[in-house]
Design a protein around this ligand. Structure first.
Ligand code: PLP
Length: 365
């Protein structure tokens, strides 16, 4: 970042962190950014005005620490889940700064030195990083060619590696692949450890049942969610999870005191109260996702089935060149490191139009 940092010479960082670069997709100012699976629609009209008064009250009490247990926010999440037909209590719900922090707390409590985390790759690239940071052994097991997880192979992987934590992402990032609840239950029954289902993209899978419905039968199951994607509140940094109260109690041991600021708690609570408005564009986003699949398939590309708000597209003879050519036109998508593939977030109708048109033009050359 600054030259003086380098001039100071190497610092005595942990051996396993030496020479590493921080994780993160490029943050470029471009007209069309479809690279990190955000909801690209604007936040609901009037939201900012509605909360100004309540934010004022919170700021007036800023000299005091916030509610460490985030009780009101967790109650709001309980109400939100009840609208999905899910019955849980506040003792089963926990929230943190993004589901990344939720996952980190899970690894701090249930992973760590001498313990292991198994997941099925390709999957979310933060998992091995969180494992590394918490000194948890990372055990990646390859998905089959269609990326779909099936009970028998998941059970076999768990029996071979006996991991302390199994992490299943559904729909899976970056492939978009759906996750069957039957597989989740099989994983839970095959393992003696924690099974985490990352439902970051759950809201885009219309009509599917959440893994939260398995909690009655699966007491070592954790289901994590986020407000960063469908909810359209990526900058808020609010993730949450649902599990048995004993699991929540374990996370309360490792969490930093007052980890959720009073501003985040309040804004998240109000956004959840207005969830219908925040989630208003989910159907349109799904329509744009399906349109990406239809039209790019038409152009000869190989689009993987997706239950999320993005599509993994294969068949680029030179994916880096395509990425750069789109970038030059002000369209940012994602190179996820799978050869000949690129990942595209489904945005607004206009954004989808632009990205399809640009790819069509660049394909003809
Ligand atoms: C985007 C994403 C998250 C969300 O992380 P936040 O910290 O809540 O913003 C979690 N899991 C997966 C698989 C994701 O793609």
């Amino acid at each position: 970042m600054s030259e003086s940092c380098e001039q100071a010479g190497p610092v005595p960082v942990r051996d396993d962190l030496r020479g590493l670069e921080p994780y993160g997709a490029p943050q470029l100012e471009v007209p069309i950014a479809l690279n990190v699976n955000e909801n690209t629609y604007p936040i609901p009209e009037g939201f900012v005005e509605t909360i100004q008064e309540r934010v004022g009250k919170v700021l007036a009490g800023m000299n005091r620490y916030p509610d460490r247990e985030a009780r009101k926010l967790r109650e709001a999440l309980v109400t939100y889940l009840s609208r999905e037909g899910l019955t849980v209590c506040a003792e089963q719900v926990w929230a943190a700064n993004g589901s990344n922090e939720v996952l980190q707390q899970i690894l701090q409590a249930f992973g760590g030195a001498g313990r292991s985390l198994l997941s099925f790759t390709p999957t979310y690239s933060m998992y091995p990083i969180l494992a590394r940071n918490t000194q948890t052994q990372w055990v990646p097991v390859c998905r089959p060619n269609d990326y779909v997880l099936r009970s028998d192979s998941v059970i076999a992987a768990i029996e071979t590696h006996t991991p302390d934590i199994v992490l299943l992402c559904g729909p899976n990032n970056p492939t978009g692949t759906s996750l069957d609840l039957e597989v989740v239950e099989a994983a839970h029954n095959a393992s003696e450890g924690i099974v985490v289902v990352d439902e970051a993209y759950f809201e885009f899978e219309r009509g599917r049942k959440s893994a939260i419905t398995l909690l009655e039968r699966c007491d070592r199951l954790i289901v994590s969610r986020t407000m960063s994607k469908a909810f359209g509140a990526a900058a808020l940094r609010l993730g949450y999870m649902v599990a048995a109260p004993a699991v929540v109690d374990a996370l309360r041991i490792v969490r930093l005191p007052y980890h959720l600021s009073s501003l985040v708690q309040l804004v998240a609570q109000i956004a959840i109260e207005q969830s219908d408005r925040f989630l208003a564009h989910v159907d349109q986003i799904c329509t744009q996702r399906d349109r990406l699949i239809t039209e790019l398939t038409h152009l000869g590309y190989n689009c993987h089935p997706s239950g999320a708000n993005f599509v993994l597209v294969g068949g680029f003879s030179n994916s880096q060149k395509m990425f750069q050519a789109l970038c030059d036109r002000g369209i940012l998508i994602r190179d996820v490191g799978i050869p000949n593939h690129l990942r595209i977030t489904a945005g607004t109708e206009e954004e989808t139009e632009e990205v399809i048109r640009a790819i069509a033009e660049l394909t003809k050359r």
